[in-house]
Design a protein around this ligand. Structure first.
Ligand code: CMC
Length: 483
């Protein structure tokens, strides 16, 4: 395929953009095989089998209910495909991750985050000129509306930056209401670029608001990632403040590794929100909310909390014991993955980066890294983790690296969100460009009451006493409820 010209969003490019998006809409492959389903009454039905370019084949159950009257049951979607896609592919058994067909190891070695944004959005790696144009387009969209900045004033010092992100990214749509017709390819392109370009400023202000620090604006001469670090850390009293280029490169690699990860919880959330034709900024805000949880992107923060709790290598056996005990409610954070049943390739790359960064920063004795390595060694030789194929995932080492370069813990998941914004918006755009879009609407197996009669209120049994009483009874004298 020819390298595509980056769009500068001019009217003359409209046709190019529309054509490009037609190429980027994945097609459902033709079925060449079927399988038979036998129902309890002995009736049999043929179901088509779909084969992608890689990965397990899928039984096409789209017409199952219409043909048989049955639904399928799969909470957590452990074996249910929700879309066809040509963006990202994971082979969990091999521990392989591809963006648009390229191995993550190669991309992490040779590309920066802006290359990856281009690759995900346009399907090809950029030429030198493509990159220059795209970089300019992104920089022109980097500033956020001044009115949006006033939103931050409503958040208290000490607010979690992820709480701010959920609100502010959703609010972006209030400032872009002129270019939000999602049925128009050009407007989808504008939204995608604006979201990704503005994320560094949105994230950096979230941090500075939480700290009560004044806002810093981006600089045109800085790269995407250096700008983010500059806006986070620039000292208002030091006009010569400069971002450490090596550390900006390290953070850039982390962004590359987090850019997309096919149909994970937050991406599936963005897609399902978008399936109702909601605007993309609101959909991404939903994705940020989903990412925040410790089972997903919040794990990088939880890993450091866990390492803090362990405190010393001598406490590792106790931690492993707790992680294996189902009644403890505790899991080894940064371990395990729904898809990878082998080492997460991103974790392998970050572990190497971790060695280099700690060397660069003269932090070879970093207690987090030492305990982390030891914990990994102990877990990977324990039958519980071996049998369940539980390996360190990307979040195990990313928190240690981010902490070493000086990023506060509460910003770890924000950085994940910043990186994943390109994945979310590309996945959203792929979905919304499909010729037939069906609203995401799962089924359920209802196990509640049926056909109850409504009694008269006087005949009902009291049940309120068993419910939670949320507020203390008012004390004597004046009192006011805390909002
Ligand atoms: N520590 C201890 N046991 C675990 C862990 C863990 N971290 N992860 C899974 N298990 C056990 C689990 O108890 C179950 O055991 P059994 O078969 O005896 O019931 C078995 O392994 C399979 O677990 P599962 O819950 O069916 O796996 P899942 O695919 O539903 O969950 C996961 C995947 C990532 C949510 C889970 O491994 C986990 O909670 N890990 C810790 C949180 C974490 O690191 N999350 C970041 C994921 S990677 C970054 C991202 O993409 O967001």
């Amino acid at each position: 395929m020819q390298s595509r010209k980056s769009s500068l969003l001019l009217e003359k490019d409209r046709k190019n953009i529309e054509k490009l998006y037609l190429d980027l809409v994945p097609k459902v492959p033709e079925s060449k095989q079927t399988c038979k389903l036998t129902l309890p009454d002995g009736q049999t039905f043929e179901l088509p089998i779909l084969n992608g370019s890689d990965g397990p084949p899928m039984i096409d159950s789209r017409n199952l209910y219409a043909k048989t009257g049955y639904f399928t049951y799969d909470p957590g979607y452990t074996c249910t495909g929700s879309c066809v896609s040509q963006i990202t592919f994971i082979d969990g058994e091999k521990g392989e991750l591809l963006y648009r067909g390229y191995k993550i190891q190669e991309l992490a070695k040779t590309c920066d985050f802006v290359d990856i944004c281009y690759l995900l959005l346009y399907g090809e790696l950029p030429s030198m000129q493509d990159k220059k144009n795209f970089d300019t387009t992104m920089k022109n969209e980097m500033l956020v509306h001044d009115g949006l900045i006033s939103f931050y004033k409503g958040f208290q010092t000490g607010a979690h930056p992820m709480a701010i992100m959920v609100g502010v990214v959703g609010a972006l749509s209030a400032f872009m209401n002129e270019d939000l017709d999602v049925k128009e390819a050009v407007q989808r392109e504008i939204s995608a670029i604006r979201l990704v370009a503005k994320m560094p400023m949105i994230a950096a202000i979230a941090y500075r608001t939480a700290r009560g620090l004044p806002i810093v604006y981006p600089k045109k001469k800085l790269s995407y990632t250096a700008n983010f670090l500059y806006m986070m850390f620039a000292d208002p009293m030091d006009p010569d403040y400069a971002v450490d280029e090596y550390l900006a490169g390290v953070l850039d690699k982390i962004l590359v590794l987090h850019a997309d990860h096919e149909q994970n919880a937050s991406t599936a959330t963005v897609r399902i929100a978008g399936s109702s034709i909601a605007n993309p900024f609101a959909c991404v805000a939903a994705g940020i909310a989903s990412l925040w949880g410790p089972a997903h992107g919040g794990a990088n923060e939880a890993v450091l909390d866990m390492l803090d709790e362990i405190g010393d290598s001598s406490n590792i056996p106790e931690c492993i014991k707790k992680a294996k005990d189902k009644n403890s409610g505790f899991r080894l954070m940064g371990f395990g993955h729904r898809v990878y049943k082998n080492y997460d390739p991103r974790a392998e790359i970050i572990r190497d980066v971790c060695h280099e960064v700690l060397d660069y920063l003269d932090m070879k004795n970093d207690p987090y890294f030492k305990i982390g390595l030891e914990l990994e060694k102990v877990a990977l030789s324990d039958p519980y983790f071996i049998e369940r194929k539980l390996y360190p995932n990307v979040d195990f080492y990313s928190g240690i690296v981010l902490n070493a370069i000086g990023i506060p813990k509460s910003m770890f998941t924000v950085i994940f969100a910043l990186a994943r914004s390109i994945g979310w918006i590309t996945q959203w755009r792929e979905m919304i460009s499909e010729p037939v879009l069906r609203i995401g609407r799962p089924r359920q197996l209802y196990v509640g009451h049926i056909n109850r009669n409504v009694n008269d209120r006087t005949e009902r049994e009291n049940s309120y006493d068993t419910l939670s009483v949320l507020t203390d009874p008012p004390k004597k004298g004046f009192s006011i409820y805390k909002p």
